[in-house]
Design a binder for this molecule. Structure first.
Ligand SMILES: [Fe+2]
Length: 348
């Protein structure tokens, strides 16, 4: 098997595929799943994403402008100065609306892809969508420069092929979203326990065979530490790194502990992807940084918007809706029922 093939699984809607993906993630910390979305679906998703991305950016900018003028989140919401929604916990300020509201075709694509079933095989029978955002790696004329991202984290960008931005994802990111309680989402104490707590799923909508996608270090999810905690240069290539290569319509699934870097920009081409993060039911995904109304963590949506989502996706998004109660899935309830039943049998 060639070096790159050993990280790949060709997607089929059967249980074996889910187990194969789980085995790769256990061993390497990631898996490239090929053939998840057809070419025609990818084309319609790109069109939808471009329109949605403009709306999302405009909305976030509106919120930032209002905040700069000293307008409270409650007033932005009541006066409809931007698209905010009430959070599940109504004692918290309204927050930027969930991006999926503007991407119904993408919601349908996730629901019909069966990737959700694979995620459940890896994490547990009840999973929650913790983050969702579009990602356009824009072409750059500059070789390298730094900017502050929405979480006030310093990020490098540019077309320099030796430029890296090594990190692990939340909750295994020691930077945790920033140095103030307003943006900090928490970070796990090191050394990390050997448990998969969050999966980052990147849906590649453009081909990344020539230009390359995410850069990863296979097996680094077992290192128990994040590169951001070590005395290394985070912006240079590292030994044993590989660049993910895949056709459009492929999906990269990675353990949040995996050491990875976004690819350098291209001089002449944008690369388009959608990123979502999934956690098991027991993770504290919605509890902190609640004053930061623009971050991507658990953006809420209204009950009416929720009802328009595909039925299959709804159990993984109830935690984002005020006035709706989240129940554990029947598989988890049944697990307890069987355990109690078996224990009682033994007693007799
Ligand atoms: Fe990342």
């Amino acid at each position: 098997m060639s070096e790159s093939k050993k990280y790949k699984v060709f997607f089929n809607k059967d249980k074996k595929t889910g187990k194969k993906i789980k085995n790769k993630i256990d061993k390497y910390g990631f898996c490239i799943v090929e053939n998840v979305l057809s070419k025609s679906i990818v084309n319609s998703l790109i069109k939808e994403l471009k329109v949605a991305n403009n709306k999302i950016n405009k909305n976030i900018q509106n919120i930032i402008d209002c905040e700069k003028k000293g307008i409270s989140a409650n007033d932005i919401y009541k006066k409809k100065l931007a698209h905010l929604r009430l959070q599940k916990n109504k004692h918290r300020p309204p927050k930027a609306v969930h991006d999926l509201v503007w991407m119904p075709k993408f919601a349908k694509a996730i629901a019909s892809s069966n990737i959700l079933e694979c995620i459940k095989i890896i994490l547990d029978d009840h999973v929650r969508l913790s983050q969702f955002h579009t990602k356009i790696i824009r072409k750059q004329k500059q070789k390298r420069f730094f900017y502050l991202d929405i979480m006030k984290t310093l990020r490098p960008t540019g077309y320099d092929k030796n430029l890296r931005d090594w990190h692990t994802d939340w909750p295994h990111d020691p930077w945790g979203g920033g140095p103030t309680a307003k943006t900090n989402l928490g970070s796990l104490k090191e050394p990390f326990p050997d448990v998969t707590m969050s999966l980052t799923v990147i849906w590649f909508l453009t081909d990344i065979k020539k230009k390359g996608g995410t850069i990863v270090i296979p097996g680094s999810h077992k290192r128990k530490k994040s590169p951001r905690s070590l005395n290394i240069n985070l912006y240079k290539p590292l030994k044993n790194e590989i660049t993910v290569s895949a056709s459009s319509g492929s999906v990269l699934i990675q353990d949040s502990r995996l050491w990875h870097s976004p690819p350098p920009s291209s001089i002449d081409e944008n690369r388009i992807a959608v990123i979502n993060r999934w956690s098991p039911w027991w993770m504290s995904i919605n509890d902190y940084a609640y004053d930061c109304i623009t971050n991507v963590m658990c953006r809420p949506l209204s009950k009416r918007e929720f009802k328009k989502l595909p039925k299959k996706l709804q159990p993984s998004m109830v935690h984002l809706i005020p006035d709706l109660k989240e129940n554990l899935t029947k598989e988890i309830i049944n697990r307890s029922y069987l355990s109690i039943k078996n224990s009682l049998k033994k007693k007799n």
